[in-house]
Design a protein around this ligand. Structure first.
Ligand SMILES: [Zn+2]
Ligand SMILES: [Zn+2]
Length: 167
């Protein structure tokens, strides 16, 4: 969607709200496509001292298989949206601002801004929760459901000692 912000020109403090739903189901992450639901971006563009600042949030619910415990998860995510809209890439000290997006004929390309923000915000690993304990490498039990009966590896020297002490 193109958002025309030219009416904000010469109107410091002026705002234009927006809401857009994107279909990003073809985005692949680590071999799966977890973006099966629409990605919604909500926010506004504000004229701050004649600089057009776009801010808001982008959110959806991801569906996939946890990289650690392999269980199916539906994970709601929300990322901040922040971009500077400019007629030309100027940047500070001649450096290009990665969060600066070009206005074409006074319009911001919301699809481009939202997709870029969304992709760069996503975690490289897909986990059911940040502290997922994963599966036991021996018995395969899901350790999120509690510890398994596997004994931790014993130092071979301690094993010998144990045998000696038994006698
Ligand atoms: Zn997990
Ligand atoms: Zn185990």
């Amino acid at each position: 969607m193109l958002l025309n912000v030219s009416s904000l020109k010469n109107k410091p403090g002026g705002t234009i709200p927006f809401q857009v739903d994107l279909d990003l189901h073809e985005l692949a992450f680590g071999g799966c496509c977890p973006v099966t639901e629409p990605v919604r971006a909500v926010g506004e563009v504000r004229n701050t001292a004649d600089v057009f600042i776009l801010s808001g949030t982008v959110s959806t619910t991801l569906h996939g298989v946890c990289d650690r415990c392999a269980c199916e998860v539906a994970k709601p995510v929300e990322y901040p949206l922040h971009a500077i809209l400019a007629e030309a890439f100027t940047g500070v000290d001649g450096e290009e601002d990665p969060w600066m997006f070009l206005l074409v004929d006074g319009c911001a390309d919301l699809d481009d801004i939202v997709t870029t923000t969304f992709v760069l915000s996503m975690d490289s690993k897909f986990l059911c929760s940040d502290d997922c304990k994963g599966l036991c490498c021996r018995c395969g039990k899901n350790l999120n459901d509690g510890p398994c009966d596997c004994q931790p590896d014993v130092d071979p020297r301690l094993a010998v000692l144990k045998q000696l002490l038994k006698k």
